[in-house]
Structure formats: structure tokens, C-alpha cells
Unconditional design. Structure first.
Length: 322
């Protein structure tokens, strides 16, 4: 069998954030319509981190594959990425492997692309001020996604310690950007608030957010952890990638349900329902909008399939016999 090996640098040459956002719309539309298969992901939590095994198939174009991704918090001290893994694409007719590609970069891209799609569907079209909590590998992609769908003019970056926030702010071009140490200052007047951290507790107080604010949480994916507080969930129209996964893994929702502040039907819609026109765009009469992401395998397969199509067309990657 011949497998195309596609590196991180090659991935970046093949796909843009706008491409990835469009791929997310296609993936979530199929997932919501029932034309995608996505078994519950498996997890290994032993050792110093977590490894996730995520298969899926998109029936619309017969796209099949799986991701194995690991999150090891101590890898920074080893000079290694905290998030790493691979995406394996399979031929839908034979099941033979067709491609292997870096999942670290694609995970950041597809996670941000889902948040960008949610912002396109939920946030105010004139949103110009972005506050982002977290300045790790996900943060630049999240900023890129928000700028791809909204006319962002100002970016405020908050991170633990502040050094990474200053570096990220200094790296941004074409927008006013600054590091902010006070969470209240960061969210004051922000149109879109993004949390992409590993925090186990809310990273800002959302009780005073004005009507029309869009909040996006993409960092935590464990039921005992949350970045966004209950005060946001109580006031917001809540939209997720997929209901079952969110109710299993999103502490941002699980915890306020357990506290009795909201009920189990707090989720108003999934992204696919909005993409397909089965649910409206915007806030649907609520004060805020809140998109909670835990990540799904259809995202990986959709963006992996898009990269593979372009790699084959352009002759990118190294084909090896195994």
C-alpha cells in the first residue's frame, strides 16, 4: 500500500483558515443531518497525559479516517509540543490507508475553524473587539479564525504570567493588539470573548457582559473543568458541536447543570442545525451567545480530507510504500 506523508509545513501551504471554516460547515451539516458516522472517542488517561482515539466517516463524499492525539502538559519542559498526534486517512472503498499527517497543527486549525464558524453564525456582524484568554498554540489560530469572519480591529490577550500574551500581541499584524493582565479590563467592551486555556475554573467574570456579546470556549474538554462561568451559561443561547459529546465532556455546561442553575436542555442548537437552516442564526432572543467546543472526529476527517485532496492535486507530500 502507498501512504502519502504530509508534514506540518505542507499542511500550512495547502489550506487557509477560510477553507477550514467552510470544511467545518460541511462536516457539522452532515453530522446534524445524520449522514456522518462518529463513534464515541476512546481515551487513555494513564501516565502523564491523555491520548484520544477519534474515528469518523463523512458519508457525503465517503471521507473516512481517524485521529490519535495526545495532550501531555509536561512536554514543554522536554522541548516537545503539549499537543501532538497524527491523522490517518483511509480509502472509503478498500479501507487501505491513504495518508498520514501531523495532527497537532490540524487540531489547532480545525478547533479554531469551528469557533470561527460559530462566530460567523452567532456573533454580531459588526464585532470589532476581541478578548482572548490563553496565548498558547491554539490562540493565534483562534484570532485568525475570528478575523476571518468578523472585522476585528482590536485584540486583547490575557495569559497566565503575561509573557506569552505580550509575545502574541506583538506578533499580530494589521490589528491593534495588546496584552492585558486584568480579566475585567479585557472583557470590558469586547464584542467577542474567546477562552482557549487549560484552566479548571472560570477565567473571567461574565455577570456584567452587555447584551450581544459572543463567548467561545475551546480550551477545556473534561467534565470537572471549565473556562466559562455559570453566569454566562444562564444568560446565553448555548450552541455546541454535538450534544452528546458536550454533555459528556463540557464542564462549562455540566457544572451549572449539576448546580441546578440550568437544566439538561440548556443546549439550544448544534452548529449543524444552524448550518442546515433547522435553527436560526444569532442569539435567538437570548442576551448572550455561547459556543462550547470539545472537539469531534468529523472535524479532523473533514479538514484532513481537504488537505489530502489538495496534496494529491498539487503533488505535495512524500508517498511511501508500507
Amino acid at each position: 500500500m502507498n501512504v502519502r506523508i504530509i508534514s506540518r509545513a505542507e499542511i500550512l501551504s495547502l489550506i487557509t483558515m477560510s477553507d477550514a471554516i467552510d470544511a467545518m460547515a460541511r462536516a457539522f451539516g452532515q453530522l446534524s443531518a445524520g449522514s456522518a458516522e462518529m463513534p464515541v472517542r476512546g481515551a487513555l488517561t494513564t501516565g502523564g497525559g491523555i491520548s484520544l482515539f477519534m474515528p469518523a466517516r463523512l458519508g457525503g463524499a465517503g471521507e473516512r479516517g481517524a485521529k490519535v492525539v495526545s495532550v501531555f502538559g509536561d512536554n514543554g519542559a522536554r522541548g516537545l509540543p503539549r499537543i501532538n498526534g497524527v491523522i490517518l486517512m483511509l480509502d472509503d472503498e478498500t479501507g487501505l490507508p491513504t495518508a498520514l499527517m501531523d495532527a497537532g497543527e490540524l487540531t489547532a486549525i480545525r478547533t479554531a475553524a469551528a469557533a470561527g464558524l460559530a462566530a460567523r453564525l452567532l456573533s454580531r456582524p459588526d464585532s470589532r473587539v476581541l478578548a482572548i484568554f490563553g496565548a498558547g498554540v491554539q490562540a493565534p489560530r483562534q484570532i485568525e479564525a475570528m478575523r476571518a469572519v468578523r472585522p476585528i480591529e482590536e485584540v486583547r490577550v490575557v495569559s497566565h504570567g503575561g509573557d506569552s500574551a505580550r509575545r502574541l500581541a506583538a506578533s499580530l499584524v494589521g490589528v491593534e493588539a495588546r496584552a492585558v493582565s486584568d480579566p475585567a479590563e479585557a472583557v470590558d467592551g469586547a464584542d467577542i470573548i474567546v477562552a482557549v486555556t487549560t484552566s479548571g475554573i472560570p477565567v473571567f467574570d461574565g455577570s456584567a457582559l452587555p447584551t450581544g456579546t459572543h463567548v467561545s470556549g475551546s480550551g477545556t474538554f473534561m467534565p470537572h473543568m471549565r473556562e466559562v462561568g455559570s453566569e454566562v451559561v444562564v444568560r446565553a443561547r448555548v450552541v455546541v458541536e454535538e450534544r452528546e459529546a458536550a454533555m459528556e465532556e463540557a464542564g462549562d455546561l455540566v457544572i451549572p447543570i449539576r448546580e441546578g442553575l440550568v437544566t439538561a436542555d440548556v443546549i439550544d442548537a448544534d452548529l449543524g442545525e444552524i448550518v442546515n437552516g433547522a435553527a436560526p442564526e444569532g442569539n435567538a432572543g437570548r442576551e448572550l451567545t455561547f459556543f462550547k467546543s470539545v472537539g469531534t472526529a468529523v472535524q479532523d476527517v473533514a479538514v484532513g480530507a481537504e488537505v489530502l485532496r489538495r496534496a494529491e492535486a498539487e503533488g505535495v507530500g512524500r508517498v511511501v510504500g508500507v
